[in-house]
Design a protein around this ligand. Structure first.
Ligand code: FPP
Length: 247
């Protein structure tokens, strides 16, 4: 396998983790089993991304649409999330990982919300890689909320409509402290962005692999980064984009 160019590691990698259900169905197992093995992929990818020098890793763990799945699957996923947060906290502290959560968190069961709150609070001052967990997240919902917040400020006279620039919009998103993803990975071969980080991926390189999420490990992340490094980022113009969450 070719070598990674350490000077051009994507600063922010975002992943749509897809294919857990199919992975399980192919083996005649319950869908939840696929999610369980998918949790092992999450662990492996967090560790590998950190070692590669990725500074921000965003993971789409649960979408607003996922609430429509059968209650048993939703409950199982919530339990997995809660256990993951509890079991990984020590490791996050040891490796200086900062956890950030985006999404409509008030919809989460109290035990998950509490585990999330505790992990976010405990890791707040860590200065290593930032993991941005999207839970009960939808990009359109995030943008709608930003518009509502700005409208309220306009109504109160705190913001003039003409002062609403792209940078002002960016600062009203849940990801305001996170640069835009350089690389968006989607597993299981689907060519969709599925309402993930819609504003933020405007200039991201997209990499789709047929590998199902439970099979996705370090080797696959490296393949994605190598593919990214072969691309010339043009931002449809010259140089860097006009709006970046990044400096
Ligand atoms: C997509 O597979 C995946 C999800 C809906 C959830 C992702 C969750 C995990 C990887 C497990 C735990 C997460 C963390 C952060 C510990 P799918 O069910 O849509 O698969 P399918 O398209 O084959 O049905």
């Amino acid at each position: 396998m070719a070598e990674i160019d350490q000077t051009r590691v994507p600063r922010h990698v975002a992943i749509i983790m897809d294919g857990n259900g199919r992975w399980a169905e192919q083996r005649g197992l319950a869908r939840l089993h696929g999610h369980r093995v998918g949790k092992d992929s999450v662990r492996a990818v967090v560790e590998s991304a950190r070692k590669l020098g990725v500074q921000y890793l965003s993971l789409f763990a649960f979408s607003t649409e996922n609430w429509n799945r059968p209650p048993k699957e939703v409950d199982g996923l919530m339990q997995l999330l809660r256990r993951y947060l509890a079991s990984e906290l020590d490791k996050m502290m040891k490796h200086g990982i900062r956890l950030v959560a985006v999404g409509t968190l008030r919809r989460l069961p109290p035990a998950v919300r509490e585990a999330l709150r505790a992990a976010v609070a405990a890791t707040r001052n860590n200065t290593g890689m930032t993991v941005v967990l999207a839970i009960s997240y939808g990009g359109r919902e995030e943008m709608t909320r930003a518009m509502r917040d700005m409208a309220r400020k306009v109504k109160r006279g705190e913001l003039a409509p003409d002062d609403i620039t792209q940078d002002v919009v960016r600062r009203h998103l849940a990801t305001k402290d996170v640069p835009d993803p350089d690389l968006l990975i989607r597993t299981s071969g689907e060519m969709r962005v599925s309402n993930y980080l819609l504003w933020q991926i405007a200039y991201s390189e997209i990499y789709v692999t047929d590998t199902l999420w439970p099979d996705f490990r370090r080797r696959h992340l490296i393949e994605a980064v190598l593919a990214y490094q072969k691309r010339e980022r043009r931002y449809s113009g010259i140089g860097a984009p006009a709006v970046i969450g990044a400096q």
